[in-house]
Design a protein around this ligand. Structure first.
Ligand code: NDP
Length: 405
C-alpha cells in the first residue's frame, strides 16, 4: 500500500490519476497537485463519481522548489509522478531529493528559452539520488517509455545481439479540428520543428527538420491502419537506447504527419507564430508560441469526436542463435475506446497508463534501485504484463517488410 503525489492536471495527468484510482491495492492515497486548482478539483470529482474514491488536491507552483518540498513534507508520498511540463523536471527532482522521495516523469528536461532537450541535465542527478537511496525513473510514457521497454524486452528474450531499432509512431486518428496537437501544443511544436538526428555507427547524423523540403520520409504499411507517410524525427529515447542497448549500430525514430498538419505548421512557422522568444505587442511582451497555445484546442478535451487509432511500436533487427531476425512489437490504441473508458484521447491514454504502471512498480517494490534510470535499464517483464492488464495490449510478430536504408 502506498501514496502517490501526481503533479500536473492536463490530459496525461488526468488519465494517470484515473488509472491510479483503479489500483487501490497499490495506491492507497492519491494527491493531485497543479498550478490551477480547479482542474484538480474537476478530476477529483470525476474519479469520485467513477470509483467512489476520494483523492486529495492541492495548488502548487512546480517551478518553486520550496513550495514543492512543503507539499511533499505534508503529504509524505512514496513517489512523485511528474506530469507537468519538461520545464519543471529539475525543480521537481530537486524537491524530491530534499524531501527524500522517489521520482518518475514522462519527458526529459528542456530549458524554457532553448528548444532543445537532452538527458545530460537529468543524468547529472544520478549520484545525488544514489547517495540518498532514492530512485528516479525518466521517460516513462509511451515514447519514451514503452518504446524503451519493448527494446529491453527484445534484448532480454528475443535477441543475442540487437543491431537496428526503428521506432514508428503513427496516429491515424481524426479529431475533426483543422489543426490541433495531441499533447501540450508548446512542447509538441518545439519538438517537431527541431533539427532531426538519428544515431548511426556510433555518431549522430543530422537531417533536415520535418518542415524542410528535403526532410526524410517514407510510406510505411502499419498494421490495421495501412500506409502512412512517416517522417524521421529526433526523439529523446534515441539518446538513452543508443547508450544502453548493447551492439546497437543504428537507431531511428519515425512519426506520421498528415499533409494538413505539415501545411498548417509551415504557415505558422513562416509567420513567426512558433517563435519561443518574447516580442513586443502593443507595449506588452508576448511569446508567440504561448499565444498560439491559448488559441489551439486543449489536447485534454480533444477526445469527444476523435475516431481512429494509434499504432506505436519498434522494429528490432539483430541475431538470435546465429540467425538474423527482425521483430515488430507494437500496440494499437483506439481513440474512441479510450474516450469511452476515461473520456480521453489515445495520446493522453497511451502516456498516462505507462506512467501509472511505472509508478506502481516502484511503489510496490518491483522496480528497485538507487540513482537515475531510463526504463530500459529496469526489468521489462512486469511492465509488459501490466501493459496488457491495464489497457495497452501489445503484439509481437516477425517483420518481413522493408525499411529505408
Ligand atoms: P498539459 O499542458 O495538458 O498539462 C500540463 C499540466 O502541467 C497542466 O495542468 C499545467 O497547469 C501543469 N503545469 C505547468 N506548469 C506548471 C507549474 N509551474 N506548476 C504546476 N503545474 C504546472 O500537457 P500534457 O498532459 O499533454 O503533457 C504532460 C507531459 O507529458 C508533458 O511533459 C509532455 O511532454 C509529456 N508527454 C509524454 C509523452 C510520452 O509518450 N512520453 C507523450 C505525450 C506527452 P495548467 O493546467 O495551469 O496549465
Amino acid at each position: 500500500m502506498g501514496k502517490i503525489l501526481i503533479i500536473g492536471a492536463g490530459g496525461v495527468a488526468r488519465v494517470a490519476a484515473h488509472k491510479c484510482a483503479q489500483v487501490p491495492g497499490t495506491f492507497e492515497e492519491i494527491m493531485l497537485a497543479s498550478r490551477t486548482l480547479s482542474k484538480c478539483s474537476q478530476i477529483k470529482s470525476e474519479i469520485n463519481k467513477k470509483t467512489g474514491r476520494k483523492i486529495r488536491t492541492a495548488e502548487v507552483d512546480a517551478d518553486d522548489v520550496q513550495e514543492l518540498v512543503s507539499l511533499i513534507d505534508d503529504f509524505r508520498p512514496d513517489l512523485v509522478l511528474n506530469l507537468a511540463l519538461p520545464y519543471q523536471d529539475l525543480s521537481i527532482m530537486d524537491a524530491c531529493l530534499k524531501a527524500g522521495v522517489n521520482y518518475l516523469d514522462t519527458a526529459n528536461y528542456e530549458p524554457l528559452d532553448v528548444a532543445h532537450f537532452e538527458y545530460s541535465w537529468q543524468w547529472a542527478y544520478k549520484e545525488r539520488f544514489r547517495k540518498k537511496g532514492l530512485m528516479a525513473v525518466l521517460g516513462c510514457g509511451f515514447d519514451p517509455g514503452v518504446s524503451n521497454i519493448f527494446s529491453a524486452y527484445a534484448q532480454k528474450h528475443l535477441f543475442d545481439e540487437i543491431n537496428y531499432i526503428d521506432i514508428l509512431d503513427c496516429n491515424a486518428g481524426n479529431h475533426g479540428h483543422p489543426f490541433a496537437t495531441n499533447f501540450n501544443p508548446e512542447i509538441n511544436i518545439r519538438e517537431v520543428t527541431q533539427a532531426v538526428r538519428h544515431w548511426n555507427k556510433g555518431k549522430w547524423v543530422e537531417t533536415p527538420p520535418i518542415l524542410d523540403k528535403d526532410s526524410v520520409h517514407f510510406s510505411f504499411d502499419y498494421p490495421i491502419v495501412g500506409k502512412k507517410e512517416s517522417y524521421l524525427l529526433y526523439h529523446e529515447e534515441l539518446e538513452s537506447l543508443a547508450k544502453n542497448i548493447k551492439g546497437l549500430k543504428r537507431i531511428r525514430f519515425w512519426m506520421t504527419f498528415s499533409d494538413n498538419y505539415i501545411n498548417h505548421l509551415k504557415v505558422l512557422q513562416n509567420v513567426g507564430m512558433t517563435r519561443i522568444d518574447e516580442v513586443d505587442y502593443e507595449g506588452k511582451k508576448v511569446v508567440p508560441i504561448r499565444f498560439l497555445k491559448s488559441l489551439l484546442p486543449d489536447p485534454a478535451k480533444l477526445g469527444s469526436n476523435y475516431t481512429g487509432k494509434t499504432v506505436i511500436g519498434n522494429i528490432i533487427t539483430g541475431f538470435k542463435d546465429g540467425k538474423k531476425r527482425s521483430v515488430y512489437i507494437y500496440n494499437v490504441c483506439d481513440h474512441a475506446e479510450s474516450f469511452k473508458e476515461l473520456g480521453a484521447q489515445a495520446i493522453s491514454y497511451t502516456t498516462g497508463v505507462p506512467a501509472m504502471i511505472g509508478a506502481a512498480l516502484i511503489v510496490n517494490g518491483t522496480w528497485k534501485g538507487n540513482g537515475v534510470f531510463n526504463t530500459e535499464e529496469l526489468d521489462p517483464d512486469p511492465f509488459m504484463s501490466a501493459l496488457s492488464k491495464y489497457g495497452l495490449p501489445w503484439k509481437q510478430v516477425e517483420f518481413k517488410g522493408k525499411l529505408p536504408d
